[in-house]
Ligand binder design. Structure first.
Ligand code: FE2
Length: 362
């Protein structure tokens, strides 16, 4: 018997609200290699905002910006900077999902509605989660057009780098709020707590944080939720909350099946990553055992490795991609491991602290 009390097929898309969607789309096209496949704006009858849809395999990012004063999202963009506003889910039945979620305590952001054009119909609704982030609920089983009604097709290919799908999306919430949102994902969306980390797992001499990883019924949607824990200095989560102006999406992990290729391409295109000391690689084989990859190549690219009971994973984190020290990306390659790289936390946090020290925020 299925115990999934809130069936979600997959993450449908991740929508960012930004000040300048044209430049954001260009950046993601020319660095991460997304193709621009859809567009809505003044030319398509969208009078208030412009949106670009970017695809790479199962990954879909949407960048939306106001085109006139008075847009309802403008104060939030001013407050947070460019930010992830929607982690949208594809569901079987939007009306059922919205009603179930709101009956279980979710706050509605948009009641179920239909968008329609010559290509068919799409049913949508949205619920609020932490901060100013929402989860849209979407079903496009009766739609054949690009993205959503009102969008036109674009054919601006990227030069893809092997990104496959969203692996997980991480939220940072305030001190004391992690368990509130863990319970919310359990009660409302039927998620289960996969793994918990406390400040003994995730601490350095200076900073610590707590984290719980929540996963949906089919295991395809994974949301770690972090909160700061008291440390000697300001934690990276505190820094995020201060600069973002509250809780929000900290990073999106994108899965690849060839991390050496993906990261080589990203580095060649100017994406900057957190770095770890060379000593990390001297100790690597002792810590994770034999791996398929050449450790010198991993060291050159700064790729990290961790092992769990089921296999190992390779991962790397970009520096923030916005002016503020807020949103960044993870590239992850799973070779059996279903975990999140706990063995790398200490080396990573020391790397983040070096960046924080440069920003004067440690
Ligand atoms: Fe991650």
């Amino acid at each position: 018997m299925s115990t999934d009390t809130f069936p979600i097929r997959r993450v449908d898309h991740v929508r960012h609200y930004v000040n300048n969607a044209r430049q954001a789309a260009f950046f993601y096209q020319h660095t991460f290699g997304f193709g621009i496949t859809g567009y809505a704006g003044l030319e398509t009858g969208s009078q208030k905002e412009v949106s670009y849809v970017l695809d790479q395999n199962e990954l879909r990012l949407v960048f939306t910006a106001p085109v006139r004063p008075g847009h309802p999202m403008a104060p939030l963009i001013a407050e947070h900077g460019d930010f992830v506003q929607d982690i949208a889910f594809e569901v079987d039945d939007v009306d059922w999902a919205w009603k179930a979620a709101t009956d279980r305590g979710a706050v509605s952001y948009a009641e179920p509605y239909t968008l329609e054009d010559d290509h068919g119909k799409v049913r949508l609704a949205s619920i609020r989660t932490y901060g100013n982030v929402v989860h849209s609920l979407i079903n496009r089983d009766h739609y054949k057009g690009p993205f959503l009604p009102g969008f036109r097709s674009e054919n601006q290919p990227g030069d893809p780098i092997g990104l496959i799908e969203v692996d997980h999306c991480v939220g940072n919430v305030e001190l004391g709020k992690m368990n509130v949102w863990v319970k919310w994902y359990e009660d409302v969306l039927g998620f289960k707590n996969l793994i918990s980390f406390d400040d003994n797992d995730i601490s350095t001499d200076f900073t610590s944080l707590m984290s719980k990883v929540m996963a949906n019924g089919n295991g395809r949607v994974k949301f770690p939720i972090n909160e700061p824990a008291p440390g000697k200095k300001k934690s990276q989560i505190d820094e995020y909350l201060e600069f973002f102006g509250g809780p929000g999406v900290q990073h999106v992990a994108m899965r690849t099946d060839d991390i050496v290729y993906t990261v080589s391409r990203l580095r060649a295109r100017g994406i900057q990553f957190l770095s770890v000391p060379r000593s990390y690689y001297d100790m690597l084989t002792d810590r994770v055992g034999q791996i398929d990859e050449d450790i010198d190549v991993l060291a050159e690219l700064g790729i990290l490795v961790d092992r769990d009971d089921e296999g190992y994973l390779l991962q790397i984190f970009t520096k923030p991609v916005t002016d503020r020290p807020t949103l960044f990306y993870e590239i992850i390659h799973r070779k059996g491991a279903k975990s999140f790289g706990k063995g790398n936390f200490k080396a990573l946090f020391e790397s983040i602290e070096r960046e924080q020290a440069l920003r004067g925020t440690l």
